[in-house]
Design a protein around this ligand. Structure first.
Ligand code: 2M8
Length: 430
């Protein structure tokens, strides 16, 4: 088959998936399992829709912002369907009536802020000043909230729950999670393992901790002080995504005739925090556990530690190190017995599990962030290589939530929205 026929096929499939997952009020992450609008999923979907249906893309972004809390926080899930077929659903989060909560049911925590970057891509495809006037001030409020409430002095952005990272059961959280309270096993009514084999999902023990943290957060209406949060984790991945989003927000303010000076200052401070997170011994950017006050050495083995490349926050030496790790067959890169990358955990790590969720499988969104980072650094050949590698994986195996690095087999949810959306974007970046 010629390349153009394959590309056309990918485009048609991706469009079909986004249409199929469209619930009207929002686009679900997949056909089953995730009945709600997830924060960074919605932003990534907006990027895909920018190429095929800009008005629908604008709708998706506006809907996500309808879930914004009065203090500026944009939640990790907006439960448009009020369903309990997801655990933990709106009845567990129970935000209704809390001070500052939106009228729609939502969660009390956030997720990586990709939205400004998505809207910049959308605006480049299909400018709409009226839309920017609605969304840019709202995103500014969200970024201000993160700056004010989730940063200790000039440190990394602090997350209060592994779910805020988007890379939920990444092994870098194991120690901090292990110290967190545990909910009763009987209080779990997991729905995820009805859809996906348990071996591909977080363990019951993980879920007990997830719920334990949620219960503690709920006691303070999800707004504990930084020093009181039971799980307080400085996240290089989240910080990198925010740093990039700040730059994109400044650009968007420019279209509205404003300087966006505050965003530029925040971006400088975030990039400086990333610089401080560089560890010369492991030659990696390391997360920081605020409860122990120590860097998390295990984060050196996780792909999110390469995201300063996406932020433009690495110097030439660090960039070379990241690119090397990305392709190194012993680390995150393709190898003879494991031809698909980038793995979410380094293959040499004792914690690498090729089929378990964020502990080894390949994810299209992580590859997309890295493609964007390589492009920004002017490493166009490397960017094209990773872009084509990702499209090849998707073309051979379908648009899944994540992929087995040895076989390329799709796992988790089939017909996954962000994989479809980012395929559309990657096709434009080839
Ligand atoms: C996964 O997270 C949710 C909890 O938020 C879950 O496992 O139930 C993660 O992959 C997250 O990054 C993603 O946004 C969400 C929906 O796709 O699923």
């Amino acid at each position: 088959m010629t390349a153009s026929i394959i590309q056309r096929g990918l485009r048609t499939t991706a469009e079909g998936i986004l249409t199929g997952n469209d619930r009207g009020t929002y686009i679900a992450p997949g056909p089953h399992q995730y009945p709600g609008q997830w924060n960074w999923d919605a932003a990534l979907v907006t990027i895909g829709l920018a190429h095929i249906d800009p008005p629908r893309a604008r709708h998706e972004a506006l809907q996500l912002l309808r879930g914004q809390w009065r203090d500026g926080m944009v939640p990790h899930i907006v439960f448009w369907d009020q369903t309990e077929s997801y655990f933990p659903g709106p009845g567990v989060w129970n935000t209704e009536g809390m001070a500052g909560a939106p009228t729609v049911a939502v969660t009390g925590i956030s997720q990586p802020p990709v939205l400004a970057s998505a809207i910049r891509i959308l605006h480049e495809r299909d400018p709409d000043i009226g839309f920017l006037e609605r969304v840019v001030p709202a995103i500014e409020e969200w970024h201000c909230w993160l700056d004010k409430h989730r940063r200790r002095r000039s440190g990394l952005v602090t997350i209060f729950h592994p779910w805020e990272s988007g890379t939920d059961n990444s092994p870098r959280f194991d120690d901090a999670l292990g110290r967190a309270p545990k909910a009763d096993r009987a209080s779990l009514s997991r729905e995820d393992t009805r859809h996906v084999p348990p071996a591909q999902r977080p363990t019951t023990d993980d879920y007990q901790h997830y719920l334990g943290i949620l219960e503690t957060l709920r006691q303070s209406d999800y707004r504990p002080e930084l020093d009181a949060a039971i799980f307080a984790y400085g996240d290089v991945g989240f910080t990198s995504i925010l740093a990039r989003a700040e730059l994109d927000l400044v650009e968007l303010w420019g279209h509205l005739g404003e300087t966006g000076a505050a965003g530029r200052m925040r971006e400088r401070s975030l990039t400086a925090a990333l610089g401080d997170a560089w560890d010369p011994a492991t030659r990696r950017f390391l997360d920081q556990d605020l409860r122990t006050g120590k860097p998390v050495t295990g984060s050196a083995e996780c792909l999110s530690g390469l995201l300063p490349l996406y932020a433009g926050g690495s110097d030439p030496d660090q960039t070379a190190e990241i690119v090397n790790a990305l392709w190194d067959p012993g680390q995150f890169g393709p190898s003879e017995d494991s031809p698909w990358g980038a793995t979410s955990v380094a293959k040499t790590s004792p914690l690498f599990e090729p089929a378990r969720y964020w502990r080894g499988p390949v994810w299209a969104n992580m590859n997309w962030f890295l493609v964007r980072g390589l492009q920004t650094e002017g490493l166009h050949e490397e960017a094209a290589r990773l872009c084509n590698h990702t499209l090849d994986l998707v073309a051979r195996n379908g648009m899944f939530e994540y992929y087995h690095p040895r076989t390329g087999q799709g796992m988790g949810s089939r017909d996954f929205s962000w994989t479809a959306a980012l395929t559309l974007d990657l096709l434009e970046r080839q």
